[in-house]
Design a protein around this ligand. Structure first.
Ligand code: AFP
Length: 343
């Protein structure tokens, strides 16, 4: 039964919030608003399936491997299809790209083509599914560059500073949707009683006082001198810095979400493990750019160690990058160490 003590005047649903945001832009047609609703709906459905993962036979790996050579979990496929199918027929999207597919996802011929481009990582951190740790969905929305016809690869290979909106859903102890369309970062928590996302974290700003640093220390032997020295600085070794505590899940959305709310820095530096991908593990288009957009609009900053991630124009769909993301001064400090030791 709904709690009658809830103050109805303070309840802002995601629908109302997105509509209010639209009012601020008189030129808005409502199309972006509807894409955000569609993604929120996808998030609700994926959340409902992930919470049942331990119960049903959808848990476990399929025999397929994705373009990154990783084992594809069944939940990845379900999340991937859910997002595609909720957006393929609406006439709002020109083309999509998913971390799970090597090539572009075109709108079926029977459906109208729209003016926006949607890139998504349907279920990030999926190697954590079996261990009940937080996982998430990341999305990035651009305006198409091409004039008409099906959307093109060039439409998808835009730098993060051309993003119109970006965000993520996190499936953890509660389900949250966090997004920005350029005016602040707003977080909504799914109320499972009413099946609606309610505004719980308006205008998120990354705290200036850092609490944690977040990195996979197991890779330290593969790091550059700059990444190693930066880590020592965070640990208070050879520095005046009060040591920060370490937190690392290995699920980007979970690690980023904590960094956004608690301050600090998450990083996945370039390493020497795989000479074919010297630039880092995370995907620029599906992971780094949208989260960098969120960090930027929450007062933070994201860098590949040398430059603002939002300024990098991808040259391929599945391009990887190193990343340092979080509280601005800490990320700038990382850039200093990289410049000093790795140039
Ligand atoms: P999976 O989706 O295969 O679990 O990969 C998750 C991820 O892309 C990202 O979410 C994490 O930040 C990162 O990989 C963790 O990588 P390590 O396991 O190498 O630390």
């Amino acid at each position: 039964m709904a709690d009658s003590r809830l103050d109805q005047s303070k309840i802002i649903t995601i629908e109302r919030h997105i509509l209010d945001e639209q009012q601020v832009h008189p030129e808005a047609t409502g199309i972006l608003t509807n894409i955000l609703y569609d993604l929120a709906l996808a998030g609700k459905y994926i959340a409902s399936q992930t919470t049942r993962a331990g119960l049903s036979d959808i848990l476990g790996a399929t025999e397929d491997t994705n373009i990154q050579g990783e084992t594809v979990m069944k939940l990845d496929q379900l999340a991937d299809q859910t997002i595609f199918r909720l957006n393929d027929h609406t006439g709002r999207i020109a083309v999509m790209a998913s971390e799970e597919h090597e090539h572009l996802l075109h709108i079926p011929e029977s459906f109208p083509i729209g003016k926006y481009v949607l890139l998504y990582d349907p279920l990030d951190g999926s190697s954590n599914i079996d261990y009940n740790a937080s996982i998430g969905t990341i999305f990035a929305i651009y305006k198409r560059l091409s004039i008409n016809g099906p959307g093109t690869l060039a439409d998808c290979l835009q730098p993060g500073n051309a993003l119109v909106a970006a965000g993520y859903m996190i499936y953890g102890s509660s389900t949250m949707l966090v997004y920005s369309s350029g005016s602040g970062v707003h977080g909504f928590t799914l109320d499972p009683m009413i099946g609606e996302f309610l505004l719980t974290h308006p205008n998120i700003q990354i705290p200036e006082k850092p609490k944690y640093y977040s990195v996979n220390h197991g890779n330290e032997i593969y790091w550059s001198k700059g990444a190693e020295k930066f880590t020592h600085w965070l640990q208070g070794i050879d520095s005046e810095q009060k040591p920060l505590s370490l937190r690392y899940i290995g699920s980007l959305v979970g690690d980023f979400h904590r960094t956004l709310l608690s301050g600090g820095v998450f990083y996945y530096p370039a390493d020497t493990r795989d000479p074919s991908i010297p630039s880092g593990k995370l995907r620029l288009t599906y992971e780094a750019a949208p989260l960098s957009f969120i960090a930027h609009h929450a007062g933070g900053y994201a860098s590949d160690g040398k430059q603002n991630i939002l300024e990098i124009r991808p040259s391929s769909l599945h391009q990887r990058t190193s990343i340092f993301i979080g509280e601005r001064n800490l990320v700038k400090k990382a850039e200093e160490f990289i410049a000093k030791y790795d140039s």
